[in-house]
Design a protein around this ligand. Structure first.
Ligand code: HEC
Ligand code: HEC
Length: 344
């Protein structure tokens, strides 16, 4: 019996030692880069400074799994008990995707995104995707200061503040505790950009692979890699058209309008998912939308889309506005053309 124990432990030691030397040998002498390598990892190796949202490792109650549950379900268990739902009205995924949503990350083009979303079966929303948020360096960019005022200043270059602001203001929920906030951040770090997400040509890729071996070129290479995605999500507030009858004076394409309706509006309104107001494919629904489109009141979709709705007391779900980067004037006319067609 003793002999067997001896032999097994000797074998185990050999296996452990061997695996050590193997992994030692696999340690790269020079930097290697693969398509699946996170962009932030490469930038760090190229000498870029850490962003201020690197994880606080001392917060050991936090985890990416808790963060994912909070983000997608609105609550997470904490050492046996759960802390109640973050928001009664929304979850973060009501308004934000967690997948790549732009075919080319250099552009915030709503038509390219709409087609990409439809193709990949993800919704098309007012909030920007959280995929790659850890790669961004500015938050609530552009016109959002018009909506959130002073509050936005702290959030402009601080991802933790940006998460907290949205949990309270966008999701109309309670303030996140430190461990919850750090958990969401840990989850967001798992959905950072990878090299394969960038629209690199074959020769761009070759250049990266060769320049990475040359320390003198690292600074320039970091700049080159960063030119393949936006550092912040641009936001331009637009106004509804002055005359609701003539609208934006563009001919709408109902086929594209159907995409907007199905991929965007229905995400929140189908089966009253995140709103009391139901949208479906019944002619009566389209008649109601059609009738209101041309009206000069807050029930006109022109107003709802460009201004959003304000949360009322006791009924605090609200509809976030669509900025120019989230829905173009043309796409609104496409939606109107579809609504008109279906109301007939
Ligand atoms: C009702 C809609 C809604 C909900 C719910 C919501 N958000 Fe947002 N969020 C927005 C909008 C709109 C913006 C500003 C536009 C944008 O994302 O670029 C935003 C911005 C953000 C930003 C900054 C994004 C950037 O690139 O500028 C972060 C981070 C964020 N939200 C996190 C969260 C988290 C975490 C939750 C859940 C606790 C949440 N949001 C829930 C609508 C929402
Ligand atoms: C992120 C979720 C979300 C998306 C996407 C969304 N809405 Fe809304 N919408 C709401 C909420 C919330 C309200 C406020 C009513 C309530 O409290 O349920 C609302 C209100 C409305 C109303 C007014 C209802 C009433 O009579 O008071 C209309 C009409 C409407 N939305 C149409 C649209 C259209 C058209 C689209 C697509 C372009 C759209 N919504 C996209 C969440 C959303």
């Amino acid at each position: 019996m003793k002999k067997i124990i001896w032999i097994t432990s000797i074998i185990a030691t050999i296996v452990i030692l061997a695996s050590y030397t193997v992994s030692e040998r696999h340690q790269p002498d020079e930097m290697t880069i693969e398509k699946s390598t996170p962009v932030q990892q490469i930038l760090k190796q190229l000498g870029e400074e850490d962003p201020n949202h690197v994880l606080n490792k001392s917060m050991n109650k936090a985890s990416a799994a808790i963060g994912e549950a909070l983000f997608t379900k609105g609550f997470a268990k904490k050492e046996g008990g759960k802390r109640g739902i973050q928001s009664k009205h929304f979850v973060c995924t009501s308004c934000h995707n967690v997948e790549k949503e732009d075919p080319d990350l250099r552009y915030a083009d709503p038509q390219a995104r709409l087609e990409y979303a439809a193709e990949n079966k993800i919704p098309f929303l007012q909030g920007t995707t959280m995929y790659g948020i850890v790669d961004r360096r500015g938050f609530y960019d552009g016109d959002y200061y018009l909506k959130y005022g002073e509050n936005v200043k702290k959030a402009n270059n601080d991802l933790r503040e940006a998460i907290q602001l949205c949990a309270i203001e966008c999701a109309q929920g309670k303030e996140l505790e430190d461990w919850e906030l750090e958990s969401i951040l840990a989850y967001l770090w798992t959905i950072g950009l990878k090299m394969e997400d960038l629209s690199l040509s074959e020769s761009d890729w070759k250049r990266i692979q060769s320049d990475i071996k040359n320390a003198k070129k690292h600074k320039e290479l970091a700049t080159f890699i960063k030119s393949f995605y936006l550092k912040a999500s641009p936001a331009t507030f637009l106004k509804p058209p002055k005359d609701r009858v003539t609208g934006y004076n563009m001919k709408g394409n109902p086929k594209n309008g159907k995409l907007v309706y199905d991929v965007s509006c229905k995400h929140c309104h189908e089966d009253t998912r995140y709103s009391f107001f139901n949208l479906d494919d019944n002619p009566a629904t389209f008649k109601h939308l059609d009738k209101n489109f041309s009206k000069n009141n807050r029930y006109s979709s022109y107003f709802l889309i460009r201004d959003g709705t304000y949360p009322y007391y006791g009924k605090r779900a609200y509809m976030p506005r669509y900025t120019k980067e989230k829905l173009s004037d043309q796409q609104i006319e496409d939606l109107r053309a579809y609504v008109e067609q279906m109301a007939r």
